[in-house]
Design a binder for this molecule. Structure first.
Ligand code: DAK
Length: 254
């Protein structure tokens, strides 16, 4: 499928989705959000793709497009939905990485927050500046940021609107890795993840994500059912046999 605001390239088993409105620092407009949702639907059924990277041309994304929001009334603001797209990415059954250079602000940072793994380079500026526009983060930021870095740090970022650099983001636990070249590092990490058994990876992701929304007893029950279902896969036998035979496992995703 052809896209206008994003591009999709494939690097062996990795799908690379690039946000491409550099003239607006990749501000997320309605079309871009629709295309993002569409591309993730396409990648979900692409069996060759084992992991996906989201990145941006020059910058990651400087937030939702302010031009779209200027004249909203509360009903229109409510209807302005990133929810389906972000929920699809968060629940995507393969690992999703964000490779962050330049600005990752507002809805752009919230997009990075729905990814499983964030890698930034020294050009990155990460922040939630919505407060300076008379609003506050509304695409999951008030939930996902405190979960990741704690309420105190999250309030600091949301109340002040002040961006932080990649070194601070690493110290806060907002990014997993700080690299010289965010995309190159993300490709390496994605290749490593692509070599893991996909069913176990998918189930581990589901358990971690769902545990946030369940009580502890249910989360442990969910985990034990998911864990047991690994034993219906060939990859479980292969992984354990390879260990016993002192060789590298060859996972097939079955
Ligand atoms: N929207 C629209 N255009 C943007 C933009 C944005 N967020 N960010 C940058 N641009 C445009 C600029 O207007 C400029 O366009 P031209 O004037 O050239 O036509 C071009 O990109 C280059 O930007 P600058 O000239 O400003 O570049 P600088 O290097 O001087 O400054 C900057 C870079 C990132 C510091 C600055 O552009 C800036 O402050 N941008 C706005 C950042 C921001 O406030 N982001 C948060 C937006 S609010 C929700 C869904 C989503 C959201 C909330 C709820 N629901 C579904 C409930 C999300 C909200 C947001 O993200």
């Amino acid at each position: 499928m052809a896209y206008d605001c994003i591009s999709l390239t494939r690097h062996e088993m990795i799908g690379i989705v690039t946000l491409q409105r550099p003239q607006a620092l990749n501000a997320l407009n309605h079309q871009m959000i629709e295309e993002l949702e569409q591309v993730f639907m396409e990648l979900e059924t692409d069996e060759k793709v084992k992991a996906v990277i989201i990145t941006g041309e020059k910058h990651f994304a400087a937030g939702a497009d302010i031009n779209d929001m200027l004249d909203f009334n509360p009903e229109q603001a409510r209807a302005f939905s990133f929810r389906h797209c972000f929920a699809r990415i968060e629940a995507f059954p393969k690992p999703v990485l964000a490779a962050i250079s330049g600005f990752a602000l507002g809805g752009g940072l919230e997009l990075a927050l729905v990814c499983d793994w964030r890698i930034a380079d020294n050009t990155a500026r990460l922040g939630l500046p919505e407060i300076n526009l008379g609003i506050f983060p509304g695409a999951g930021g008030t939930l996902r940021l405190p979960r990741l870095i704690g309420a105190a740090r999250a309030k600091e970022m949301i109340f002040s609107g002040k961006p932080i650099n990649a070194q601070q983001a690493l110290e806060y636990g907002l990014i997993n890795q700080l690299a010289d070249d965010a995309l190159a590092e993300a490709i390496q990490t994605a290749e490593m993840l692509a070599s893991k058994p996909p069913v176990a990876l998918k189930l581990a992701k589901q358990c971690i994500n769902q545990a946030f929304d369940m009580d502890g007893v249910k989360a442990i029950e969910f985990e034990s059912v998911a864990w047991a279902s690994c034993f219906a896969t060939r990859d479980q036998r292969e992984g354990m046999k390879a260990f016993i035979e002192k060789r590298k496992p060859e996972f097939t995703g079955t």
